[in-house]
Design a protein around this ligand. Structure first.
Ligand code: PLP
Length: 284
C-alpha cells in the first residue's frame, strides 16, 4: 500500500508524521472520508467544499491548492488499486515545538490514505440492519467542524460495540437525537416522511445526508428537517443512518428495542438502492 505524506508517495507500512505534529498533540486538524465505489470517488466536490469550510473555521490554510489535492486523492486511490473502499484526507496545523498558540510560518501537514473494502460486507449488513444505542451528548459545541478530535465518538462507539450494537446516537439535553458517532441519524414516520435533524444545530452536515435529499426527491419522498426524540425514533416506522462509508444503513433496534418489526425498512432500502444514481461520481 501507498500513502501520501507531505508531498511524497511512500510505503504505507512506514508512513509517518513528526512527533510534534499538532494533530498528534492537540487534535489540531481536520479530515474527510470519501467513499470509493466501482472505481468512482463519490461526492468529492462536497467533501472538499466541507474541508474548505473546516479549514476556514479553524483559520488553517490549504496544505496544497485544492486542484492539486484532487489530483493527489485520485492518485492515492489509483496507486492502491482501490475500486471499492475509501480515501482518507487529513490536514493538521503542522509540526512545531509544542505550544498552544498557532505557530508562525508552519506549513499544514497533509496525509492521504486509501483503503479497499469489500462492498459485499455493507450489502450484507444492510440486509440485516444495524443496532444503535443512545448516549448523552458530551462533545464540544463545534461538531459542525470535522476535526480529528474524536475521543467522545471513539468512547461512544466502543460502548455501542460492548452493548452488541454498531453505532451510538448522541442525544441532547431535551432527549432529541443529534447524530451518530460517525453518521447522521434519520427516521421514517408512519405516514412515510423522512425526518432528520437540521444541520445547523449541533451536528455535522453529512455529505451523504445532503445527497440523500436529492435521492428522496427523486423517489417522491418528503424530507422534514426537524428535531426528533429518542421516543419518536423508537416508535417510528423505520430508522437508518447515513455516512460516506455506510451510505444508507437501516437501523433495526434502538437501545435494545426493535424498530417496527425489527427488520430493515423498505424506504431505507430503496434510498440505498437509488443512492449511486444520484451521487456525483468522479473517476478515481
Ligand atoms: N456525523 C459524524 C459525527 C461523522 O463523523 C460523519 C462521518 O464520518 C457523519 C455525520 C456523516 O458524514 P458523511 O456523510 O459526510 O460521511
Amino acid at each position: 500500500r501507498i500513502a501520501y505524506v507531505n508531498g511524497r508517495y511512500v510505503a504505507h507500512a512506514g508512513a509517518c508524521v513528526h512527533v510534534e505534529d499538532r494533530g498528534y498533540q492537540f487534535a489540531d486538524g481536520v479530515y474527510e472520508v470519501c467513499e470509493v465505489a466501482r472505481g468512482h470517488i463519490i461526492d468529492m466536490t462536497g467533501h472538499l467544499d466541507r474541508l474548505e469550510r473546516s479549514l476556514r473555521e479553524l483559520s488553517m490554510a490549504w496544505p496544497v491548492r485544492r486542484a492539486a489535492l484532487e489530483i493527489v486523492i485520485g492518485e492515492v486511490v489509483r496507486r492502491n488499486r482501490v475500486t471499492d473502499g475509501l480515501v482518507y484526507v487529513q490536514v493538521t496545523r503542522g509540526v512545531a515545538s509544542r505550544d498552544f498558540l498557532f505557530p508562525a510560518n508552519t506549513r499544514p501537514s497533509l496525509v492521504v490514505i486509501a483503503k479497499k473494502a469489500d462492498p459485499a460486507v455493507n450489502a450484507k449488513r444492510a440486509e440485516t440492519g444495524i443496532k444503535v444505542i443512545t448516549v448523552p451528548e458530551n462533545r464540544w459545541e463545534r461538531v459542525d467542524i470535522k476535526t480529528v478530535g474524536l475521543l467522545p465518538n471513539v468512547l461512544a462507539k466502543q460502548r455501542a460495540k460492548e452493548a452488541g450494537a454498531q453505532e451510538a446516537w448522541f442525544v441532547d439535553v431535551d432527549g432529541n437525537v443529534k447524530e451518530g458517532g460517525s453518521s447522521n441519524a434519520w427516521i421514517v414516520t408512519k405516514d412515510g416522511r423522512l425526518v432528520t435533524r437540521p444541520a445547523d444545530e449541533g451536528i455535522l452536515r453529512g455529505i451523504t445526508r445532503t445527497t440523500l435529499f436529492d435521492v428522496a426527491e427523486k423517489l417522491g419522498l418528503t424530507v422534514e428537517e426537524r428535531h426528533f426524540s429518542v421516543a419518536e425514533a423508537k416508535a417510528a416506522r423505520e430508522a437508518f443512518i447515513t455516512s460516506a462509508t455506510t451510505v444508507v444503513m437501516p437501523v433495526v433496534a434502538i437501545d435494545g428495542a426493535p424498530v417496527a418489526n425489527g427488520h430493515p425498512g423498505s424506504v431505507a432500502l430503496s434510498l440505498r438502492a437509488a443512492f449511486f444514481d444520484v451521487a456525483e461520481k468522479r473517476p478515481a
